[in-house]
Design a protein around this ligand. Structure first.
Ligand code: 13P
Length: 249
């Protein structure tokens, strides 16, 4: 049985004050979330602060990126060992905002992925199509290409060590959620693609949905057989909403 994971991607939001309030709120209601693991991915500058807020609460910590190199002259990047030291369990990799706004290619995403796995940080590998790609009927080709960039270089077993997040770009931050059927169809496609290479990996890998998931639509999305959790943007910035998604699992 795959466990449900609800991870909050705070993106570039928050302040020292607001993250303290948010973490207090999440911790206060955590006991009511019984069927899901919870994780938060704050901006890098707050990782260590959030780790201290987490204390011994059962909340995973994740970064929003990870460098494809171990250390050295890579201005602005985050070394895997630094993330480990800060207490990160997860690193989001290949988010569509990194791909589209900062030009991250499939190859770079695959290299970041490799470094995360090698360092013992679990990648949350984001894939998903744009509206134009969906309307041209190439959704499956796009997610296949994004997955193949990792599988071809790292092998299928590496996928068994990651979490996949299917995030249709047209649903991110737009309030337009993929319908449960639309999301399930792509999740099932991803799982069947993996199963063709390894049934074991396909069975165990958690595939999260991301894109305007909120307290109102979470239960229906999470009830789909191949949706194993959510990567939550906007709704993860309010403790009550984030917890409600966890409770919907
Ligand atoms: P929203 O939940 O704000 O649509 O963001 C989703 C997302 O991009 C999570 O990584």
């Amino acid at each position: 049985m795959r466990r449900t994971l609800i991870a909050g991607n705070w993106k570039m939001n928050g302040s020292l004050e607001s993250i303290g309030e948010l973490m207090d709120g999440i911790k206060a209601g955590l006991a009511e979330v019984t069927n899901a693991d919870m994780a938060v991915c704050p901006p890098a500058i707050y990782l260590m602060k959030v780790k201290s807020h987490i204390g011994d609460a059962a909340i995973g910590l994740g970064s929003q990126n990870i460098c494809d190199q171990e250390s050295g002259a890579f201005t602005g990047e985050l070394a895997p060992a630094m993330l480990k030291e800060a207490g990160c369990k997860y690193a989001i990799i290949g988010h569509s905002e990194r791909r589209s706004l900062y030009g991250e290619s499939d190859d770079l995403v695959a290299r970041r992925f490799a470094m995360a796995v090698a360092s013992g940080v679990t990648p949350i590998l984001c894939i998903g199509e744009t509206l134009e790609e969906r309307e041209s009927g190439v959704t499956e080709q796009v997610v296949s290409r994004q997955l193949d960039a990792v599988i071809d270089t790292q092998g299928i077993d590496a996928i068994g060590q990651c979490v996949i997040a299917y995030e249709p770009v047209w649903a991110i931050g737009t309030g337009k959620t993929a319908s449960p059927e639309q999301a399930q169809a792509v999740h099932a496609f991803i799982r069947s693609k993996l199963a063709a290479l390894s049934v074991d990996v396909a069975d165990k890998v958690q595939i999260l949905y991301g894109g305007s998931m909120n307290a109102a639509n979470a239960a229906e999305l999470l009830s789909q057989p191949d949706i194993d959790g959510g990567l939550i943007g906007g709704a993860s910035l309010k403790a009550a909403d984030f917890l409600a998604i966890g409770k919907a699992a």
